[in-house]
Design a protein around this ligand. Structure first.
Ligand code: NCD
Length: 327
């Protein structure tokens, strides 16, 4: 992968126009690169504080039915940075303001919301709801996370971060660590990495929180990438060029006991940093609970805050591509 300069070709961008972004597995490597190139294009404009009008006159519906800081704010900031406007529903089971509280299905809600906007970004606690929204949406829909299912925009900003930090994605050993069972970010990242010529992917988790077999089978079937499972963070720390840490997803556990048994098993400290291979980087989708000790933040390769910043140009790229607005 050479470094990105300028915009992708019209032809490559046109392939996204009107498209829903549901998951990563339905995108090709070339499409992932088109998104990253568009992100790099907007990144350069952000750096120069350019005032953009690419999405002037357009409205994004920001529908968040689960807590979110980075994903929602970076989507909304992305739309506004592109000159567009935002309408919002944010609610959780204990704070409901829309008609889902009255029992409206997501399908019906989207059938209506289509009339009010040009693009939809939506997060829901329900795994697989992306398929229901996909059927209902007549404007482009971008999945902002569906329960423990998929989180494609996170994986896209993750690979864009790896590109920026390491100069490319091919040839590295990756370790995806932590709650690989319930974490949607690891599910989508695994799909994304499998599209590149990676050296190896280490899946490191507590025994009870392994990557689901179906996720591994899916990528092995089409890519034949080398996967190694382990239950030991030290091994991951010693062997990977890119170490992706994740939070134990408390809200998705079926019992408090299961959470208590697993919550403190994978904690990265300075001791791990001392084992790293040269120029290793540490990523994390955030929020962090206790799985990366604060002392690790001083390591120059601790890239998780920069990574969260990359959510902005990545989501600008997605919004502009699916609405055919890149100017
Ligand atoms: C992730 C998510 O919501 O799945 N966060 C995010 O979008 N940045 C990871 C997490 O909540 O642990």
């Amino acid at each position: 992968m050479s470094s990105f300069t300028g915009k992708p070709s019209q032809e490559k961008m046109a392939a996204f126009c009107g498209k829903n972004i549901l998951d990563i597995s339905s995108l090709s490597r070339e499409q992932l690169e088109t998104i990253m190139q568009t992100a790099a294009y907007y990144d350069a404009k952000l750096e120069k504080h350019e005032l953009l009008h690419d999405m002037e006159g357009k409205i994004m519906a920001s529908l968040f039915f689960e807590p979110s800081t980075r994903t929602r704010l970076s989507f909304e900031s992305a739309m506004q940075r592109l000159g567009g406007k935002v309408i919002t529903v944010t609610e959780t089971p204990t704070m409901q303001t829309s008609s889902t509280a009255k029992g409206e299905t997501m399908y019906d809600a989207i059938r209506v919301i289509n009339y009010y906007c040009d693009v939809i970004a939506c997060r829901s606690p329900i795994k697989g709801v992306r398929l229901e929204i996909d059927r209902a949406a007549t404007v482009p829909y971008i999945n902002g996370g569906d329960g423990s299912g998929e989180h494609p925009t996170q994986a896209l900003l993750d690979i864009y971060s790896i590109y920026k930090e390491k100069g490319g994605l091919d040839g590295w050993t990756y370790a995806i660590c932590g709650d690989l069972k319930y974490g949607r970010a690891p599910h989508s990242l695994l799909d994304a990495l499998a599209k590149f010529k990676v050296k190896k992917i280490i899946l490191a988790s507590p025994k009870e929180l392994r990557m689901p077999e179906e996720n591994i089978a899916k990528i092995k079937a089409d890519m034949g990438v080398e996967i190694e499972e382990c239950f030991d963070l030290d091994y991951a720390a010693k062997n990977a060029d890119v170490i992706y840490m994740t939070r134990v997803q408390r809200e998705r556990f079926s019992s408090q006991e299961e959470y208590e048994r697993n919550k403190n098993l994978f904690i990265m400290t300075k001791r791990h940093v001392d084992m790293f291979v040269k120029d290793a980087i540490v990523l994390h989708p955030l929020p962090r609970v206790n799985e990366i000790a604060v002392e690790v933040d001083d390591y120059p390769g601790a890239a998780y805050f920069r990574q969260a910043g990359n959510g902005l140009p990545t989501r600008m790229a997605l919004l502009a591509l699916v609405t055919g607005s890149v100017k």
